[in-house]
Design a protein around this ligand. Structure first.
Ligand code: NAP
Length: 288
């Protein structure tokens, strides 16, 4: 196997981005540990690529399965080069409408699942002084909308930990990239969508409208997951991969709009911000 052929470990390979990426990475000749809650959904890929594809059962909320998946990857291919934290779904509804249990489940998958995967692969990546972690966030990891407070807070959390992690592991030869897709045609708006059991009329014109939009656009989203997969591979193959990679003109537009509005607001309130230190102190950046 040539040196540029990497070992990828991908979560949520059954459908959507995970499936597209698994197929694309295999086509590129890399080795892949594709994981799914129902690994039998991946048997066609293992049949097609018996030497380079391995299917492993993985529910990212199951800590034992997380460790077993990492061990299976190392047993099968010797090491891991790229971890893709893709498994995730969206809970859409106003903050007040989403049950405590649904919130816990959302964080268990989108945040703690990814975090456990990261912690499980890091010892190996540190030892080999190389590796790349791709965390599939969302445009909703940078911008929040009515009806997405729970989902976006999981993706904001993922972005916060990714940003810190990138700085901790850069000196160790490990890269981190946050992927921020806009609307892509996967199962996200359909079978994977989680919604509140009880809707509150007062949120019909805010959160309710967003939920309506999500449902109505299922199957007609502009983003092509196969093209997203190519973009992710390009980022991994780049000598200078980005910390953040927005996917889709919609994502790019919304993120740019937020950057401008945050900048304008910070400028407008600049003096109020500055005038909060003890008299005579010059304040620099936190953490030196
Ligand atoms: N599509 C979009 O517009 C969009 C935009 C921004 C971000 N994203 C993000 O993209 C990622 C992938 O979603 P997708 O769009 O490709 O939707 P998808 O087709 O519904 O795929 C979601 C994947 O996550 C898996 N999954 C969910 N919970 C899991 C768990 N506890 N353990 C293991 N796997 C689990 C699903 O497995 P099962 O088949 O077993 O359910 C499935 O493989 C998610 O993190 C999502 O937040 C999507």
């Amino acid at each position: 196997m040539a040196d540029n052929k990497k070992v990828w470990l991908i979560t949520g390979s059954s459908t959507g981005f995970g499936r597209s990426l698994t197929e694309a990475v295999l086509k590129h000749g890399h080795r892949v540990v594709a994981t799914a809650r129902k690994p039998e959904q991946l048997s066609d890929l293992v049949d097609q690529y018996p030497e380079t594809a391995k299917a492993v059962r993985l529910d990212v909320t199951n800590t034992q399965q997380v460790h077993d998946a990492v061990k299976s990857s190392v047993d099968a291919f010797g090491h891991i080069d790229v971890l893709v934290n893709n498994a995730g779904y969206g809970t859409i509804g106003a903050l007040e409408e989403v049950s405590e249990e649904a919130i816990q489940r959302q964080f268990a998958t989108n945040v703690f699942g990814a975090l456990n995967m990261i912690k499980a692969v890091l010892p190996g990546l540190r030892q080999q002084r190389s590796g790349h972690i791709l965390n599939i966030s969302s445009v909703g990891g940078f911008v929040s909308f009515a009806g997405t407070g729970i989902y976006c807070s999981t993706k904001f959390a993922l972005e916060g930990l990714s940003e810190a992690l990138s700085k901790e592991v850069a000196p160790l030869g490990i890269k981190v990239t946050i992927i921020e897709p806009g609307a892509f045609r996967t199962d996200f708006n359909g079978r994977s969508l989680a919604t509140p059991e009880h809707l509150i009329d007062d949120y019909a014109s805010t959160s309710g409208e967003f939920l309506k939009w999500i449902r109505e656009t299922d199957g007609t989203q502009p983003g092509d997951p196969d093209k997203a997969a190519q973009a992710m591979i390009q980022a991994v193959e780049s000598h200078n991969p980005p910390l953040r990679l927005a996917l889709g003109a919609d994502a790019l537009h919304l993120i740019s709009e937020k950057l401008s509005s945050v900048k304008a607001e910070m400028e407008a309130w600049k003096q109020v911000s500055i005038n909060t230190a003890f008299e005579g102190l010059e304040v620099g950046a936190i953490g030196g």
